[in-house]
Design a protein around this ligand. Sequence first.
Ligand code: SF4
Ligand code: SF4
Length: 146
Amino acid sequence: MFRYFNDIFSGLWSLFIGLGITFQEFFKPKITIHYPHQSIKMTARYRGHIELIPGEEGQPLCVVCGMCEKACPSNCISIGGEKPEGSKKKVLTSYRLDFTTCSLCGSCVDSCNFGAIRFSKEYNLASTRKEDFHFDLLKRLEESKQ
Ligand code: SF4
Ligand code: SF4
């Protein structure tokens, strides 16, 4: 008889403990989101693939010095530039990144003395095709202006 009531009491006790925890959690701020319909702001130190930093008028700050290309241990970067007629400065014509071999080491960002590249906050990358991870960063910069 004692065991019978003891079992009922301990069952109810554990039910109340469980409901108490549920009740506490119910009023706490939500930490989950409805992915992929909602997205979160990534932290300052998050490293997505690299991207070109736009200047005041949206133009790339890159001066085509080639330091990032040389610094990359995985040969992921390939840049192109040309000197317009009458100009002493080169203009960036292409900036390609092969993200399939990038280790996000940061050597390219560290080697840029012009503050022209940074890690993006992009985390929403998924594809079964390798080609989708070959990025034209100049095109991406131009598209981001629109
Ligand atoms: S983060 Fe490292 S591996 Fe990736 S592109 Fe830059 S230098 Fe290359
Ligand atoms: S190091 Fe900077 S300025 Fe030089 S090519 Fe790379 S991104 Fe452009």
